[in-house]
Every structure is written in structure tokens, then in C-alpha cells.
Design a protein around this ligand. Structure first.
Ligand code: NAG
Ligand code: NAG
Ligand code: NAG
Ligand code: NAG
Ligand code: NAG
Ligand code: NAG
Ligand code: NAG
Ligand code: NAG
Ligand code: NAG
Ligand code: NAG
Ligand code: NAG
Length: 699
């Protein structure tokens, strides 16, 4: 209290007098520390924001500097937090002269160069965070940080082995983070000397070999992140020693052999992930009856046998991903007693039979993926699953082969947001019951043999942003209502709430029959795919409404009429395919305005006139225009060349006149288009997806 009052008074005085005060009874920091800080800032190209003048001894009030309260005249710097300040420099050794420093946080800057050895000899340092920089070089062999608790060098460009003395004399170390660097070699056995260790992050390196047995003696370990390395060998049975461990991630390594049946000892384990390894054999009973386990991900291994699970003891299980293994037999009946199960993926296994009727008890289920299995009886499956009232993502592609889509069944999926059942050779028509799925955002029925017309009511789905109907036998006009899809009009999507699963496998027609795995598949571009059908009639000019649509596939139909000039109002378009139809007239010059357009194909129609030159058009290959007798193009060898004055420059694009052949304009437009497109894609990836709350904008 007295201190802060004096401090206020001091600041007041300082302002009033505008005096240059070099010494203050209350605020002066230790001269040694001042020298160290000034030494540090000499390395910085630009001044450090919030730091006083060089001679100013009030370093305790500088931004990010914390001093202790020990003595009045000689306050010591004990903390330096300069995270996220855009510092671009090498760190000077002088920082290590802050001999009372206990916390150093320089994370998320642009620091580069080598790590000075002296930094790793600081006697009082407890927290060292250098993460998120561009440090290079190898990790120092000799580390003597006797008081260190938290050590973080993650997300840099460090190389070499992890061999070091860090654990030998640091008895209080709790957290070691080496993630996202380029370390290689094995994990040194002396990590076992870090007896207080709780968290070890090695993910995202090139580490190899097996895990040292001594690691499993660390009884305080709570979190082990080893994913994305080249670790191999068996998973050691001594892992059962880790009775405090809560989270283990071994994903994307080369571990092999059977999973040891020792999970009974891991009494606090909540999250176990070992996806994309080479584990084989059966599921260990102790794992499949773990009372603490909440999420289990064994996706993409070669596990086999039946899926045997004891839900009476696995009371906390919320997410089970066993996708892409060699499991066989029927879907386990007793899975239905896992009452908290929220996410279930059993796709890409040799499972057969039908969905047990007890699955209707999975009332917490929001995501179910059973694609690429031999499961059959779609009719009973849908009747059972509609009782799972919370089901919001249902992926059944490449299962239920050759069955009939239930056209007129009385089904209700009020919460369904995504429904995919592609490549199943389904017959029948678009089922009427889908109309009740008012929350649909994504509908994929592509690669089937569905026929009949596309119902008008599809345009009523308020949230639909992805419609995949490609490669079926639909006939008739494109319903005009599709040009009124609200979610494609406003480029805003109403995203499902957060807390949703990762790694949802979808089969989408445009993916050429491959499974596309999207961590957050709500990131898919807004798409209308009607390709490979038998649709006829015109492309409605009103499609210009769809200002948020990114991909528009109409190829391989029997469409006729002109390409409406108004389509250039679809300002988000990135991909357009109109090939193999009977379209006539010209390619509208206004399409040059579509700056995001990266693929355009109008081949094999009856188009005429000149191929536009500006905008993105200079980047499209000749093959996008071939097979149109009437089309001509300047500087397009495979097309007939146009009469040079055949077409006046478009008055919509004044820039076109400035450049005689359109090249500078088009290159610039392409450059801007590409740059904007790139930024836009990157931001999309970060911004959108499950994590977004309702109503947030895509841009
Ligand atoms: C110094 O003292 C003030 C007021 O008593 C207190 O709020 C602050 O946390 C102390 N700082 C340190 C580093 O001990
Ligand atoms: C360093 O600062 C960042 C930003 O405040 C923070 O997220 C991080 O936890 C800090 N590091 C440590 C080890 O406390
Ligand atoms: C650290 O571990 C190594 C081998 O892993 C061992 O030889 C050494 O004695 C240990 N050092 C201490 C101080 O415990
Ligand atoms: C862990 O293993 C070590 C030796 O390998 C043993 O001394 C220790 O008692 C074990 N701890 C537990 C909790 O089982
Ligand atoms: C599956 O795991 C293998 C390595 O075992 C990896 O090469 C492959 O990319 C993984 N596939 C998927 C879809 O994750
Ligand atoms: C699961 O149910 C089957 C019968 O359907 C039974 O034989 C088996 O023991 C059950 N498994 C577990 C772990 O409860
Ligand atoms: C399943 O777990 C319960 C509770 O732990 C146990 O009583 C039962 O015997 C187990 N069932 C099987 C088939 O292992
Ligand atoms: C179903 O979803 C609602 C709303 O998200 C939630 O409140 C309810 O708990 C869920 N039901 C179950 C059984 O988890
Ligand atoms: C259409 O789907 C069938 C399977 O139903 C597939 O074999 C074929 O390759 C697909 N054709 C196109 C062009 O995607
Ligand atoms: C589009 O968004 C605007 C406001 O951003 C809103 O007024 C309008 O109702 C929305 N249109 C539709 C069809 O959702
Ligand atoms: C358009 O679709 C056709 C098949 O109908 C395909 O061959 C062509 O590659 C597609 N064009 C683009 C640009 O993707």
C-alpha cells in the first residue's frame, strides 16, 4: 500500500516536473540487472516497447520486467516476460547475467540464431519458455538449471539429439517440452532421472528407437505426448507403472506388436491415442474395461478380432475411434450400454451383420461413422438410429451396398447436420423423409444410382452449404430453389457447436472415391455438385444469388441454353465445371471479375465467341475450352485464333484497355487472386470448423 502510494506520487511528480530522474529510492533496480537488460536490448534492432531510456534505472517498471520486494534500494529482476512482442534478434548472453531471474518467457517472437550456453546455467531459473521462435542449432549438452520446473523450447528449428544433463541435476523439473523441432535419435535414458516430471512433450520431431524403460519409473507422470515421431518397437509392459498418467498420445509412430494388457494399472488414464501405428492383435481387455478412460483412438492400425468392450465398467467412455483396422464380426451388442458414448467410428473394418436394435439406447451419440464396412440393411439401420435423438453426423458411405434408398419411409432425424451415404450403389430416389432434417448442413448422396428429379424442397435447407448429388441418374431441370439456398447466399455458416470430434472420414464424390479425412469437415468449401447426371434445361440466371458458393459442378449433364452473364455475381466461386453439356452462346466476359476462380472448365459444349483473356482466364489451360467448335482464343494454340478486332474490350474492365494484350492486367489479377485466395484459405482453416460458435462469419 505504502509502496504503491509512493509510486503513484512519484509518477505524478515525474510528470509534473518532467525531471530526468536517474535514481529513485523506491524504484531503482540493481545495477547489475540494469546492465544485463541493457545488454539484452543492444541486440534488438528496434527499441523494446515500454522500456525506458538506456540510462534510466527504473528498470523494474519496464514492460515485462518483474522485480522482487526484498530490499528497498536494490530491487532484483526476477521475471522477464516478453512473449509475443515480435522481437527479431539473436539473444545476447548478457541476459544470463540476471542472476536472480526465476521466470524467463520469450515465447512467440521471431528470435533466431543459436541458444547461448550461459542461458542454461542460471542458478535461480524456474520457468524457461523459448517456444514459438526460430532458434537453430543443437540442444546444449551441459545444462545446469538446479531450480527449473518448466522448460519449454517447443516449436523452434532445433536439431540433433536430446542427450543432455538436464535431468541429472534438476530434481524439481515438472514439465519438459521439446515438441515441434527437428530432434532425432533416441530418448536418452537419463530422462528417468527427472523424478518430479509430470509432463513430457516430444511430439513432432524425428525421434526413433524404443522408449527407455526408465521413463516408466517416473511415478508423477501425467501427460506423455510422443506423437508424430519415428518411435518403434513394442509398447513396454512397464507402462502399467504410470499410475498417475492421464493422457498418452503415441499417434503416428511405428510402434508394433500387441498392446500389452496392463491398462489396469493406469488408474487415471483418460485419453489414450495410438492412431497410425502398426499395433496388431486383439484389443487388450484391461483397456476395453478401463473405468477412467474417456477417449480412445486406435484408428489406422492392424488390430483384429472382435470388438469386445465392457461398458458396465467403462462408464466414462465418450469417444471411441477404431476406424481402419481389421476388426471383424458383428457390431458388438454390448456397446449400446456405453451411455455416455458421443462419438463412435468403426469405419473401414471387416464388420458385417446389421446394426443391433439396442443401438437406439445410445442417447448421447452425436457422431456415428460406419462407412466402408460390410454392414447391411439400411432400412432397419435408419429406423434404429433415428431413436438416437442427438445424432448429428451420420456417415454410412460405402456400406449397405446395392440396397434401396427408403423413399417414403417415415423417418425423423431432427438433429442431423451431416448425412453422407455415397458410393453404395443405392437405388431409388431422394427420400422424402430427408425433408424433415431441417438442420442439414452437408448432404452427400453422390456415386449411387439414384434417379428421379431433384426435389424442389432441397432449397429449403436453411443451413445447407454442401450438396453432393454427383454421379447418379437424376433427370429433369435443376430446381430453381437451389439458387436460393440461404447458406450459400450469405457466405456465413451456422456452425455446429464446439466440442466435437476430430477425424471424421467422409466419402465425397469429387474426391475420386477416396476417403477424405477432415479434422473439421465443416471447413469444406461451400459446394453444389450435380455432375454426372442426366439433368437438362438451363442454368438459372438466379444462381447469381449464391454469393457464398465456392464450388459449382454441373459437368456431364444435358444442360442447354446460355451461360448466364449474371453468374459473375457469384463472387466466391473458386471452381466451376460446366464441361460435357449442350451449352450455347459465349463465355461471359464478366467472368473475368471472379478473382478467386482457380479452375474453370467449359469444354465439350456448343459455345462460341472468344475465350476471355483477363482475370484468372490466362491461367486456365486450353483443355478447359476444347470441344467447342465455335470458340476462338488469342494465344491459345489448340483453339482457332480470333480475328484480332473481333471483340471490343469489355467496358466492365477498364484496365483491359490499358494493356494491349491483357497480360499485365491478368497477371496482376491472378497475383492478387492467388494471394487473397491463399490468405482466405488459410484463415478459413483457422477460423471455421467446429470451434466456431454459431453466427461467426467465415470472413
Ligand atoms: C511486491 O509487493 C506487492 C505489494 O505488497 C505485491 O503485490 C507483489 O506481489 C510483490 N511482488 C513480488 C514479486 O513479491
Ligand atoms: C509464457 O507466456 C505465454 C503468454 O502469456 C503463456 O501462454 C505461457 O504459458 C507462458 N509460459 C509459461 C511457461 O508460463
Ligand atoms: C542419471 O541417469 C544415468 C543413466 O540413465 C545414471 O547413470 C546416472 O547415475 C543418473 N544420474 C543421477 C544424478 O542420478
Ligand atoms: C515402478 O517401477 C519401479 C522399478 O521399475 C519400482 O521400483 C516402483 O515401485 C514402481 N512403481 C509403481 C507405482 O509400481
Ligand atoms: C495410416 O498409417 C500409416 C502408417 O502406419 C501411414 O503411412 C498412413 O498415412 C496412415 N493413413 C492415414 C489415413 O492416416
Ligand atoms: C458382450 O456381449 C456378449 C454377448 O452378446 C457377451 O458374450 C460378452 O461377454 C460381452 N462382453 C463384455 C465385455 O461384456
Ligand atoms: C464388466 O465389468 C463389470 C464391472 O467391472 C464386471 O462386474 C463384469 O464381470 C465385467 N464383464 C465381463 C464380461 O468381463
Ligand atoms: C443431447 O443433447 C442435448 C443438447 O445438446 C444435451 O443437453 C443432452 O444432454 C444430450 N443427451 C444426452 C443423453 O447426452
Ligand atoms: C461413378 O460411380 C461409380 C460407382 O458407383 C464409379 O465406379 C465411377 O468411377 C464414378 N464415375 C465418376 C465419373 O465419378
Ligand atoms: C444474410 O445476412 C443478412 C445480414 O448479414 C441478413 O439480413 C439476411 O437476412 C441474410 N439472408 C439470409 C437469406 O439468411
Ligand atoms: C471437369 O469435369 C471433367 C469431367 O466431366 C473433368 O475431366 C475435368 O478435369 C474437370 N475440369 C476441372 C478443371 O476440374
Amino acid at each position: 500500500m505504502e509502496y504503491s502510494t509512493s509510486r503513484l506520487a512519484f509518477i505524478f511528480l515525474a510528470i509534473v516536473c518532467k525531471a530526468h530522474i536517474t535514481k529513485s529510492q523506491y524504484l531503482s533496480c540493481n545495477s547489475n540487472d540494469l546492465m544485463a537488460l541493457n545488454g539484452f536490448r543492444k541486440c534488438v534492432a528496434s527499441p523494446v516497447d515500454g522500456w525506458g531510456a538506456n540510462l534510466d534505472s527504473e528498470c523494474c517498471s519496464w514492460a515485462g520486467v518483474t522485480c522482487d520486494n526484498s530490499t528497498v534500494t536494490q530491487r532484483r529482476v526476477i521475471g522477464l516476460d516478453l512473449h509475443g512482442r515480435g522481437l527479431a534478434m539473436e539473444i545476447c548472453e548478457s541476459l544470463a547475467d540476471l542472476d536472480q531471474l526465476s521466470t524467463l518467457n520469450l515465447s512467440h517472437n521471431n528470435l533466431h540464431g543459436f541458444l547461448p550456453d550461459k542461458l542454461f546455467q542460471m542458478q535461480n531459473l524456474e520457468v524457461l519458455d523459448l517456444s514459438g521462435n526460430k532458434f537453430v542449432g543443437s540442444f546444449p549438452l551441459h545444462i545446469h538449471l538446479p531450480r527449473i520446473r518448466i522448460f519449454d523450447v517447443s516449436d523452434n528449428n532445433l536439431v540433433g539429439s536430446l542427450t543432455s544433463t538436464i535431468c541429472d541435476r534438476s530434481l524439481s523439473i515438472e514439465s519438459l517440452n521439446f515438441a515441434e523441432n527437428r530432434f532425432h535419435g533416441e530418448v536418452p535414458g537419463n530422462f528417468g532421472n527427472c523424478t518430479s516430471l509430470q509432463r513430457l512433450f516430444l511430439n513432432g520431431n524425428s525421434l526413433s528407437g524404443s522408449l527407455p524403460e526408465r521413463l516408466f519409473q517416473l511415478e508423477h507422470l501425467r501427460e506423455l505426448q510422443f506423437q508424430d515421431n519415428g518411435f518403434s518397437g513394442l509398447l513396454h509392459e512397464r507402462i502399467d507403472n504410470l499410475s498417475n498418467v492421464v493422457k498418452i498420445d503415441l499417434s503416428n509412430n511405428l510402434f508394433s506388436g500387441v498392446l500389452p494388457d496392463v491398462f489396469g494399472g493406469l488408474r487415471k488414464l483418460e485419453h489414450f491415442a495410438a492412431k497410425s501405428n502398426k499395433f496388431s492383435g486383439q484389443l487388450p481387455p484391461s483397456l476395453m474395461s478401463s473405468p477412467s478412460l474417456s477417449t480412445l483412438n486406435l484408428n489406422n492400425n492392424t488390430l483384429d478380432g472382435c470388438i469386445s468392450i465392457n461398458c458396465s465398467s467403462m462408464a466414462r467412455l465418450t469417444s471411441l475411434n477404431l476406424r481402419s483396422n481389421l476388426f471383424q464380426g458383428a457390431l458388438p451388442e454390448n456397446l449400446s450400454t456405453c451411455h455416455r458414448l458421443n462419438v463412435l467410428s468403426l469405419a473401414q473394418n471387416h464388420l458385417s451383420g446389421v446394426i443391433p436394435s439396442s443401438f437406439q439406447n445410445l442417447q448421447a451419440l452425436t457422431l456415428l461413422s460406419l462407412s466402408r464396412t460390410k454392414i447391411s440393411d439400411l432400412s432397419s439401420a435408419l429406423h434404429i438410429l433415428q431413436r438416437c435423438r442427438n445424432l448429428s453426423v451420420l456417415v454410412l458411405s460405402e456400406s449397405f451396398r446395392d440396397e434401396e434408398m427408403l423413399g417414403h419411409a417415415d423417418l425423423l432425424f431432427p438433429n442431423l447436420k451431416a448425412f453422407a451415404i455415397g458410393n453404395s450403389q443405392l437405388k431409388g430416389s431422394i427420400p422424402v423423409w430427408l425433408r424433415g432434417c431441417k438442420n442439414l448442413r452437408l448432404l452427400d448422396l453422390s456415386w449411387n444410382q439414384l434417379s428421379g428429379s431433384i426435389p424442389v424442397w432441397i432449397g429449403d435447407f436453411r443451413f445447407l452449404f454442401y450438396l453432393g448429388l454427383g454421379n447418379n441418374s437424376f433427370t429433369g431441370d435443376i430446381p430453381k430453389s437451389l439458387s436460393e439456398l440461404p447458406s450459400c447466399i450469405n457466405s456465413s455458416r451456422s456452425f455446429p457447436p464446439a466440442g466435437s470430434p476430430s477425424n471424421v472420414p467422409l466419402l465425397l464424390g469429387r474426391g475420386q472415391g477416396r476417403f477424405l479425412t477432415y479434422n473439421q469437415f465443416w471447413n469444406l468449401p461451400s459446394t453444389l455438385d450435380l455432375s454426372y447426371n442426366k439433368l437438362n434445361g438451363p442454368i438459372w440466371p438466379s444462381f447469381e444469388n449464391l454469393k457464398g458458393l465456392q464450388a459449382f459442378y454441373l459437368d456431364n449433364n444435358e444442360l442447354s441454353g446460355n451461360i448466364p452473364n449474371s453468374l459473375s455475381g457469384m463472387q466466391s466461386l473458386e471452381k466451376v465445371n460446366l464441361s460435357h453439356n449442350g451449352l450455347t452462346g459465349e463465355i461471359p466476359a464478366s467472368f473475368q471479375k471472379l478473382t478467386f476462380l482457380s479452375a474453370f472448365d467449359a469444354s465439350y459444349n456448343k459455345l462460341s465467341g472468344a475465350v476471355p483473356l483477363g482475370g484468372q482466364f490466362s491461367t486456365f489451360p486450353d483443355s478447359s475450352f476444347e470441344g467447342n467448335i465455335g470458340l476462338c482464343g488469342s494465344s491459345r494454340p489448340s483453339l482457332r485464333s480470333c480475328q484480332s478486332q473481333a471483340k471490343p474490350p469489355s467496358d466492365e474492365l477498364p484496365n483491359d484497355e490499358a494493356s494491349t494484350d491483357g497480360t499485365p492486367y491478368s497477371q496482376m489479377a491472378f497475383g492478387i487472386g492467388a494471394a487473397v485466395g491463399f490468405i482466405w484459405t488459410v484463415s478459413l482453416c483457422f477460423l471455421s470448423g467446429w470451434v466456431l460458435d454459431k453466427g461467426q462469419r467465415r470472413r
